[in-house]
Design a protein around this ligand. Sequence first.
Ligand code: SIN
Length: 280
Amino acid sequence: MASTLDITPVAGALGAEISGVDLSEDLSNAQFDEIHRAFLDHHVIFFRDQNSLTPDAQKRFARRFGTLNVHPYVQGMEGHPELLEIIKEPEDKLNFGGGWHSDMSFLEEPALGSILYGVEIPAFGGDTLFANQIAAYEALSDGMKEMLGGLNAIHSASREYSARGQSAQARQSMQSETATDAPEYEHPVVRTHPESGRKGLYITPAFTLRFSGMTKRESRPLLNFLFEHSRDERFTCRFRWSQGAVAFWDNRCCWHYALNDYPGQRRHMRRATVNGDRPH
Ligand code: SIN
């Protein structure tokens, strides 16, 4: 069947903008399959002018991909616990998500994807960056790949959502719980994507504390190298938001970073997070 969608890559490493679909409508199976294919091929997909995407419609679209996560440390939107309202008021200093991460890697079964909707966008700044962790893995030497293939890492929300953590402090209008005693989960450093079968790095500066069986001090030099490598410009793309735009990223193979470069302005986003499976 001929495609009804227009899919335009936004950068070499990842990201594509899709037009020709209204996500608030009931998608046909063919439309869903095309969007799903683009999501797997491009790792993060963008849609503009989704002005009818109400909270219910956003959840309906997200549920086509899986069950929805209710964040353990951040209170959801009133009447919609599965949606996070990410708001930075003009007087707020910190940004939620202002650090490279993959959503919810601190869970035993981390998020598959996140669907972020732009409710109110600053006149300048507030873009989101994405980094392709499959490309980052593939660019490593064979020796490094082999070594990393035998390693697991410990992930936890304890640092980011502790009282001094960026996400806990960047409360804006969200209510954030502190997570000093948050559990730790072990995930492979190199993860095989459950749908594409491709290998990618699966560690994040926000939530990876150390390698399994090593101290934090022992882990730090290699983690620092990987964190720097993983966000290298050649693996990234950048999305300039507009009101009603949607970004849908694959947390199993992407990092993202919300830029905090719009002082004195308001930014209001709404996120649905789709549950995923245990990394292998
Ligand atoms: C997030 O980290 O989920 C938020 C990203 C953004 O606000 O651009």
